[in-house]
Design a binder for this molecule. Structure first.
Ligand SMILES: CC(C)(COP(=O)(O)OP(=O)(O)OC[C@H]1O[C@@H](n2cnc3c(N)ncnc32)[C@H](O)[C@@H]1OP(=O)(O)O)[C@@H](O)C(=O)NCCC(=O)NCCS
Length: 165
């Protein structure tokens, strides 16, 4: 089993794994679609890693480098490939990829999934007393929020101009 950075050729397998993940396609209003993955491949501060066995992608991790800490957005291994070390290998590869710059790596879990809490606990993860809040940036939201200064054009990652549902 090999962990490596994803390439364009992996994006269909990544979407298939994502679609089979029990909480997808809606994770608290956040949906990943096939056209997202190629963008992640070239985006700065993003890691899209795959675990591959004999040419087959068995799992993937999407993580963000947030300068002095990091966040794992998705970690999924196919049901057939679980308990063979792929999940641990993906997580460890990501944890080490920040060198000594990161002071923490964070990952969110379904609060009802105790089995995964134990899996993370065995890997040194502890639950801080924090609860995430998230706003979904819908067209309705944009219509009712007008910032005093428009910084849209100054964000290089906001240049696609393609809205999404
Ligand atoms: C969480 C998840 C990624 C773990 O993937 P995995 O590949 O099964 O993880 P591992 O194989 O590394 O670890 C599972 C167990 O198998 C054991 N294992 C590791 N290598 C092994 C091997 N070669 N042979 C047998 N068992 C092995 C590990 O010791 C581990 O047991 P432990 O937790 O008691 O230490 C996977 O269960 C998953 O995709 N879950 C659904 C998605 C999800 O909820 N993700 C997290 C939030 S984004």
């Amino acid at each position: 089993m090999l962990v490596r950075r994803a390439t364009d050729a992996d994006t269909a397998a990544i979407q298939a794994l994502y679609d089979h993940h029990k909480n997808s396609p809606e994770v608290l209003g956040l949906t990943f679609i096939a056209s997202d993955w190629p963008l992640y491949l070239s985006a700065p501060h993003v890691s899209l890693l795959v675990a591959e066995n004999r040419g087959h992608v068995q799992g993937f991790l999407l993580g963000f480098d947030l300068v002095n800490w990091a966040y794992v957005e998705i970690l999924v291994v196919s049901k057939e490939a679980r308990s063979q070390g792929a999940g641990s290998a993906l997580l460890e590869a990501f944890e080490h990829s920040g060198g000594d710059r990161w002071v923490a790596v964070e990952l969110c879990l379904d609060p009802d999934d105790r089995s995964l809490a134990n899996w993370l606990d065995r890997r040194g993860y502890k639950k801080p007393d924090l609860v995430e809040w998230r706003v979904k940036l819908t067209p309705q939201w944009a219509a009712t929020h007008h910032p005093p200064v428009d910084l849209t054009g100054t964000n290089p990652s906001a240049s696609s101009g393609l809205g999404r549902a």
